[in-house]
Design a protein around this ligand. Structure first.
Ligand code: SF4
Length: 447
């Protein structure tokens, strides 16, 4: 039996819960799972496409702490896409968490003697675990035999259809790739494992997959889609970035006008390109700024710095707010890389102060940034140098800082993310939505 002294992660968790009682306990645990990953016992793995549980789809990055060959059985029988936590000693309200696998994590999901799945921390039960049921639309294939899951995976408990239509990034190699991003490695590892992993998804396949989702999603859980993929610095299929991603937007909105909230994640593009996204019917634009600090942006996003530059990137975000309306421009940053060695801030205070400066900059223009919690993937330079990720305290204080900044600037939760509030949120790759106060109805996304 373990002694209290051996429960070091439990002690850290409880210390932070005690010091920051205004941050929901659900969010503290969720952040720790997102930054450090979860080990999966074989009893908690899925039967992939043919089972009753929706498996992890590897929708863009690996979001794992080990490469596929190092995951053992979890590479052959994938874990679930997400888990939902309830109950346990902290009486958790319903909390949806994206799955990031780490066989060395002190958190483990496994079936208890009674067969029910539970989350354990350092061997002690922490929460009951629910898993996403296989949606009906995944039981059908495209006419050419491809699976709907490969072409149009859904995440956030079915809320969001994630259309990574270009599986690689033209920022390539150490001098261009963002230092925390494994999109290109993830592509390579899935191809090496012989998994179907389409590099450029044909428009017709995307439309066919969406038609199947539309037909079988009778409860209308899917509310939004995101068009995304790597950056395009030259051309793909003979098209520049705005034309490439725009062609999907145009085709989807022509076939299914207004059926889903359409979002695009692309680089911060010139105003004319952004206007075209809007004209095609896209409602939300994500020109992700990744990290606020000037020095860190140049070091950690060398391709973006070289091709566009930080100041121009920010200027284009402000321009986009005039096209879409500031509420519908939602740039992401990768929460945690502020503290990544070798160049990041060494104290939580400095990192939070820098992050807050960026939030104030955008929020003072009515723009609501959002964030995903950094997963230090092992094939990235920052993941290799920081296998533990950023301190949990940074993530907890970021949640408070974000909420405070929203209050200061009179903003409410961004549109297109489902409901805010602990026990209600579905956004699974950060707990910022779990931490915001509940609102009665989701705001429609319109300029
Ligand atoms: S621009 Fe950076 S973060 Fe985006 S896909 Fe390319 S390397 Fe990854």
């Amino acid at each position: 039996m373990q002694t209290r002294a051996e429960h070091t992660r439990t002690a850290e968790l409880e210390d932070l819960m005690g010091r920051f009682p205004d941050v929901p306990r659900e969010a503290v645990i969720k952040e720790d799972l997102l930054r450090g990953g979860i080990a999966f016992d074989e009893s908690a793995l899925t039967d992939n496409e043919h089972g009753e549980v929706k498996p992890k789809s590897y929708f863009i990055f690996s979001f794992d702490h080990r490469t596929l060959p190092e995951l053992g059985t979890a590479a052959l029988r994938r874990p679930p896409e997400e888990i939902v936590l309830t109950g346990g000693p902290y009486q958790l309200r319903r909390t949806v968490v994206s799955v990031r696998v780490n066989p060395a994590s002190p958190y483990q999901v496994k079936a208890d003697e009674d067969g029910a799945l539970r989350l354990f921390l350092e061997g002690r039960p922490l929460a009951d675990v629910g898993v996403p049921p296989m949606p009906d639309y995944y039981r059908h294939n495209l006419a050419n035999g491809k699976s709907v899951m490969e072409v149009a995976p859904t995440i956030q408990w079915g809320y969001l259809i994630y259309l990574t239509v270009f599986r690689v990034c033209q920022y390539f190699g150490a001098k261009e790739e963002c230092q925390y991003c494994d999109i290109n490695h993830n592509w390579r590892q899935h191809k090496a494992a012989g998994r179907p992993y389409t590099g450029v998804k044909p428009v017709e396949e995307v439309l066919e997959a969406l038609e199947i989702i539309d037909r079988y999603d009778t409860e209308r859980l899917s509310r939004a889609y995101t068009l995304t993929g790597g950056s395009i610095t030259s051309k793909v299929d003979g098209l520049r970035e705005a034309d490439f991603y725009g062609r999907y937007a145009e085709a989807i909105e022509r076939r299914f006008p207004g059926r889903w909230i359409g979002k695009v994640v692309a680089q911060a593009l010139p105003r004319e390109d952004v206007q075209r996204f809007r004209d095609y019917g896209i409602q939300i634009y994500h020109p992700n700024y990744e990290v606020w600090d000037k020095r860190l942006f140049a070091l950690y996003c060398p391709g973006k710095e070289r091709y566009v530059g930080r100041e121009e990137w920010h200027r284009r975000i402000l321009d986009a707010a005039e096209v879409f309306g500031p509420r519908n421009v939602i740039p992401n940053f990768v929460a945690g890389i502020e503290m990544a060695a070798p160049h990041g801030f060494t104290t939580v205070d400095e990192a939070i102060a820098s992050t807050r400066e960026g939030l104030d900059f955008f929020m003072s223009h009515g723009i609501t940034p959002r964030f995903t919690t950094w997963c230090p993937e092992p094939t990235t330079p920052l993941g290799r140098a920081n296998p533990e990720g950023a301190p949990l305290e940074y993530h907890i204080r970021l949640l408070r800082t974000y909420r405070e900044a929203m209050e200061t600037h009179g903003l409410t939760s961004p549109p297109g993310y489902g409901p805010p509030g602990a026990g209600r949120a579905v956004f699974s790759v950060s707990s910022f939505m779990d931490t915001l106060p509940p609102e009665d109805e989701e705001e429609p996304a319109s300029a």
